[in-house]
Design a protein around this ligand. Structure first.
Ligand code: NI
Length: 418
């Protein structure tokens, strides 16, 4: 008995090790072989969205709408073997001045809630690295990123009451050109900097944003039409799919994902989660997440409970499965009346900046409504984005197990905290 147990522990240990090895290998392989930098910042202002960001890739604009970094850490990726040196950095912390420099992935600044903001930074390489590479950086100050500076020069104006709101860092080969225009923002921990996603750094955040959501698909008849309309209008949406409906429609789901839409979990058979046994509930969610992961390569982090029905136990389970609970703020009732004009009128009359619109991509009438709504909403000044993009634009870091009805404003976000 004891032997058996030990044997299984060893087996699990070895498989974990192999999985880790494979996933690390993928990460290394995904980068090209050039020396790159990666960095993370501690955002300290708002209790809901404070904390360390994930490490972001070389030449990414890292900022958080309505927040500011008070500490940073910077590391190197793909350091050529046999080349000495590391990255060394200093920050100017408001009220404290320049702090002693630190190296390679060490924290510098004040990583505590409500800490004072940074005012300026200096970064340099040493050893062989300094002979072979330049490190460029710039900070978001006064509403824009400052011009690049490099190799230990000061980025940011300090001592004059200005704060850094974000930063970008990039490494290039020595004496070549400045880094190209920065790619994407990763201001939201759950927001993946995906090539298909809208670059929200180039979006005027004073504009109006909406998240269209489509449930119960994929449907061979309706979903491709909805995707065509979205594509023709350069609009993004979120699809909460039913596991059972994916069978035979894998290509449609893959297409939706590859065209930059968010894919969320709407359970396997669309049963009321709050009325199922815990085991059935878990199975309904897990099996659907696995289907999504198998088709798209990425596990979902958004869930919409069927009928919008959930209880405390369901939320605990959603939380344990690393999902956020996404409800809606505008209900078109498209499933009930199946009338495209009613859908169109309801959305145009009710949609406000930050809203989540509920529709279903299994009715022709909903596709008909989408055909009119998408260009009309854009004409009326709305940018149509996915749930994760809307959260990122509004500075909300999606938390697991929390319920979001909309991203309208601060007040509604607080109310939705569950
Ligand atoms: Ni549904």
């Amino acid at each position: 008995m004891k032997f058996k147990r030990n044997f299984f522990s060893i087996l699990i240990f070895i498989s974990t090790f192999i999985v880790l090895l494979i996933s690390n290998y993928k990460v290394v392989k995904a980068n090209n072989d050039d020396l790159k930098v990666e960095y993370s910042a501690f955002f300290s202002k708002d209790f809901l969205i404070s904390g360390w960001s994930d490490y972001v890739e070389d030449n990414t604009k890292l900022w958080y709408k309505g927040n500011y970094p008070s500490a940073i850490k910077i590391g190197l990726v793909n350091q050529p073997s046999g080349m000495s040196g590391t990255v060394i950095y200093e920050v100017n912390l408001s009220g404290s001045g320049w702090l002693n420099s630190v190296e390679n992935r060490a924290e510098i600044g004040d990583a505590s809630l409500g800490a004072k903001p940074l005012e300026a930074i200096k970064i340099r390489l040493n050893g062989d690295l300094a002979e072979n590479y330049d490190i460029y950086y710039s900070v978001l100050q006064d509403g824009e990123f400052t011009p690049w500076v490099k190799n230990g020069e000061v980025a940011g104006e300090f001592g004059v009451g200005k704060h850094i709101l974000g930063l970008r860092v990039s490494i290039t080969k020595k004496d070549t050109t400045e880094p190209s225009e920065s790619k994407v923002i990763a201001s939201n921990k759950r927001y993946e900097a995906d090539k298909n996603k809208i670059d929200i750094t180039n979006i005027d955040t004073s504009k109006k944003f909406l998240a269209l959501t489509y449930d119960d698909g994929p449907s061979a008849k309706v979903t491709p039409r909805v995707l065509d309309i979205l594509k023709a209008n350069n609009a993004k949406a979120t699809f909460f799919i039913i596991g059972l409906h994916t069978g035979g429609n894998e290509k449609i789901l893959k297409r939706a994902y590859e065209e930059g839409h968010d894919i969320g979990n709407h359970t396997y058979r669309h049963k009321d989660l709050s009325k199922q046994t815990l085991a059935d509930r878990k199975d309904a969610i897990v099996s659907t997440s696995e289907i999504i992961k198998n088709v798209t390569g990425k596990a979902p982090y958004l869930l919409r409970p069927p009928y919008g029905a959930y209880n405390r136990e369901t939320l605990d389970m959603i939380s344990s499965l690393s999902l956020s609970n996404i409800m809606w703020s505008v209900d078109t009732l498209d499933w009930k009346h199946k009338n495209s004009k009613k859908i169109i009128d309801h959305v145009l009359e009710n949609a406000k900046d930050g809203d989540i619109i509920l529709m279903h991509d299994i009715y022709t009438s909903t596709a008909d409504a989408t055909e009119v709504l998408v260009p009309e909403l854009i004409k009326r000044g709305f940018t149509l984005v996915t749930i994760s993009e809307l959260a990122a634009i509004k500075g909300v870091d999606l938390q697991v197990g929390h319920t979001y009805n909309s991203f309208r404003n601060k007040k509604s976000k607080r109310l939705n905290k569950s």
